[in-house]
Design a protein around this ligand. Structure first.
Ligand SMILES: O=C(O)C(=O)C[C@H](O)[C@H](O)COP(=O)(O)O
Length: 225
């Protein structure tokens, strides 16, 4: 099955046109903002968009982006229960991201039919997921859990596991993550500053997305299939 790192396939693009491996994590307060926000991200070159289920507006936001922004690939983040999985997929989420995992959550995400990134932060969790046949995961909270040196250390004993580090990642730190052989994409909120969202400053979001979209295609693109 397609993994979240099969970015071109997820986005419906040819492999050579794989999008930049940066996934904005959106916290949305007003569902009416979802479409203009998603359009700004897409215009800035970031078509993969994770809307976190942290706010009451999130599911309506997923629904709106799925219906009205065809160039976006919208997914749901903060998926922490089987009910979240059902709600997110029902709303049109095309991928799922969770900060952690349980057997039940893995089962529900596995049955959902869409790619998913279960969150891990320890070597034992990586081993547990590999044991279950899953090799694609979110590394969360990336910076607090050890950042680039930690992922480098995991690559030796656990080379099959591939990660999407998220949590404290910035424009400055993203290139170091993307240069690692076990990183397929990075997630973050740095292109969505809360003051820009509060002001509905979509031009600023687009410009920050464009800046993020210049991050190395070369280093990660080859591994994102
Ligand atoms: O809600 C979840 O499922 C998450 O894990 C959320 C995101 O990973 C963080 O919100 C990233 O946020 P920054 O640290 O600002 O980049």
């Amino acid at each position: 099955m397609t993994s979240v790192f099969d970015l071109a396939e997820l986005a419906g693009l040819a492999p050579e046109a794989a999008p930049v491996p940066v996934v904005p994590a959106v916290v949305i307060e007003d569902a009416a903002d979802a479409v203009p926000l998603a359009r700004a991200l897409v215009a800035g070159g970031l078509p993969l968009i994770e809307i976190t289920l942290r706010t009451p507006a999130a599911l309506d936001a997923v629904r709106a982006v799925a219906a009205e922004v065809p160039d976006a690939v919208v997914g749901a983040g903060t998926v922490v229960s089987a009910a979240d999985v059902a709600d997110a997929v029902g709303a049109g989420a095309r991928f799922l991201v969770s900060p952690g995992w349980t057997e039940r959550l893995l089962g529900a995400m596995g049955d959902s039919g869409v790619p998913f990134l279960p969150g891990v932060s320890t070597a034992s969790e990586v081993v547990a997921l590999l044991e279950r046949g899953l090799d694609t995961m979110k590394f969360f909270p990336a910076e607090a859990a050890g950042g680039v040196p930690y992922l480098k250390s995991l690559a030796g004993p656990l080379p099959r596991a591939r990660f999407c580090p998220t949590g404290g990642v910035s424009l400055a730190s993203a290139p170091a993550y993307l240069s690692l052989p076990n990183v397929g994409c990075v997630g973050g909120t740095w292109m969505l500053p809360s003051d820009a969202l509060a002001a509905r400053d979509w031009a600023r979001v687009e410009s920050l997305a464009r800046e993020a979209s210049r991050l190395s295609r070369v280093s990660a693109g080859a591994r994102c299939r």
